[in-house]
Design a protein around this ligand. Structure first.
Ligand code: FCB
Length: 474
């Protein structure tokens, strides 16, 4: 049996080896989102968001949980910034709550909302952490949803106005911005399937939501650049598409290609290639049901150009042809079970680190020189973490993170410019329709007392970042 001392030295050698595979200047950090951590849902003049509305409806969220208090980050942000300081990462991705700044979505500005993010940004800078705000992580002002939400073209202009307001206040200290978080997931869960706010069930008629988010991104990017932004990114959820084990027919392959188009290309092609992919497999016309007007695709490619692509990766998707397209709402594909060989997270998501290298190298193959530097803006796993004797031994998360960072290094070795990696998430938080049942944090949160307990993965990530720094100086 290896002694404790030799196990520790093996672990620190493994850490140093992993750190040395990532270059100087590679950025490490963590991600969170406003509705998932802030709480203070009705404080300091904040307007109602679609998530405040949705969570109040019976049956929408597991156990009837809401984000009304969440991690109470709004009142405890200094403690959370201290945790970030302790971690030693380069960047912290958080999101700004639109209804805190503009309670009705447009018009009247709530200064107390801006003051909160002002204090947060100052605290981050004082802790040596670069603030990387996301402007929209799904908590749309309810007042805008009442006027059609992202189905309405006007929401794109409202978003640009909000971006301008925030940048006017924070732009002297914040130089990099992420406009949208996961516009694909927001469209599908929020507007096509209705499992997230605002709970619409429009299936393919939700596609105008894609276009209006992209138009909003472009208009917000123009506003941010006019305020001196140095870098504008958008983050999307992307997935490598794999054929189901038994799926080897032409129909299976066509189904996989159709799924890939919908999930991975609808938002990325317009930004990097200047136009939407062909959606014939879905019987959807090129103007996405009349949403796309002359000049829009040019505007999205020009003003929406990306200084970096944010990639959120959790797992591949296994696909086979729909046995009964009527049962899938006319979609040509079925989502299949992942092969049994993979370990699963508490969410039952398969753990597939090489899916991340496959995804990143696939992006390079697809977009070539049009692909800007990529930052992994979310990656992580939920585990059934418990505090035992004052600590949380989340060994499975350590393995998950090490595996996925190794996959990032593999993609870099294969020639993909990956600039950084942000763990989802700093804290256990409100996981949307799953409420508080899924713990993704490097830091455990007791939702009765809001006590924070750094997990073993926090110490591991801190040591990795330190090893990377030490290597840099050598
Ligand atoms: C992503 C979301 C993020 C979090 C993780 C687990 O889809 O962007 O808010 O819920 O999944």
């Amino acid at each position: 049996m290896p002694s404790e001392a030799s196990k520790a030295s093996d672990a620190s050698e493994a850490l140093a080896a992993l750190a040395s595979r990532l270059p100087d200047g590679f950025r490490f950090g963590t991600s969170t989102a406003s509705y998932q951590i802030e709480g203070a849902a009705e404080e300091d003049g904040k307007g109602r968001s679609v998530w405040d509305t949705f969570t109040a409806l019976p049956g929408t969220v597991k156990d009837g949980d809401t984000g009304a208090v969440a991690c109470d980050h709004y009142h405890r942000f200094e403690e959370d910034v201290a945790l970030l300081r302790g971690l030693g990462g380069d960047a912290y991705r958080f999101s700004i709550s639109w209804p805190r700044i503009l309670p009705e979505g447009t018009g009247r500005i709530e200064p107390r909302g801006l003051d909160f993010y002002d204090r947060l940004v100052d605290a981050l800078l004082a802790a040596g952490v670069t603030p990387l705000p996301t402007l929209f992580h799904w908590d749309l002002p309810q007042a805008l949803e009442d006027r059609g939400g992202w189905l309405a073209r006007e929401t794109a202009d409202a978003f640009a106005g909000y971006a301008d307001t925030v940048a006017a206040r924070l732009g002297d200290r914040v130089h990099e911005w992420i406009t949208l978080n996961e516009p694909f997931i927001h469209m599908v869960f929020g507007y096509a399937l209705g499992t997230h706010a605002p709970g619409r069930t429009l299936m393919l008629d939700a596609l105008p939501v894609a276009h209006h988010q992209l138009l909003g991104h472009a208009r917000a990017a123009a506003a941010l650049r006019a305020r001196g932004a140095r870098a504008v990114l958008a983050s999307n959820n992307l997935t490598p598409v794999r054929l189901h084990e038994d799926g080897r027919t032409d129909a299976d392959r066509a189904a996989a290609a159709a799924y890939d188009t919908l999930h991975n290309r609808v938002f990325t092609d317009p930004l990097l290639l200047g136009g939407y992919p062909d959606l014939d497999a879905f019987g959807v016309p090129g103007d996405l049901g009349g949403a796309v007007r002359p000049g829009d695709t040019e505007e999205i490619a020009r003003d929406g150009r990306l200084d970096g692509l944010g990639v959120n990766y959790y797992n591949p998707t296994w696909i086979r042809a729909a046995a009964d397209p009527a049962a899938t709402g006319g979609l040509p594909f079925d989502l299949a079970e992942p092969p049994a060989e993979y370990a699963r997270t508490a969410f039952d998501w398969p753990v597939v680190p090489d899916g991340l290298s496959e995804l990143l190298t696939g992006l390079k193959e697809r977009y070539g020189d049009a692909l800007p530097p990529v930052t992994v803006t979310e990656n992580g796993c939920s585990q059934p973490d418990r505090v035992v004797g004052g600590s949380v031994d989340d060994e499975a998360r350590v393995r998950y993170l090490a595996g996925h960072l190794g996959a990032v290094a593999d993609a870099r070795d294969a020639g993909v410019d990956v600039a950084g990696y942000l763990v989802w998430s700093l804290l256990d938080n409100f996981e949307w329709a799953e409420g508080y049942s899924q713990r993704f944090g490097l830091v455990h949160v007791d939702f009765a007392t809001r006590t924070r307990t750094p997990k073993r993965s926090y110490a591991w990530y801190r040591d990795l970042i330190a090893a990377h720094r030490a290597g840099r100086k050598a």
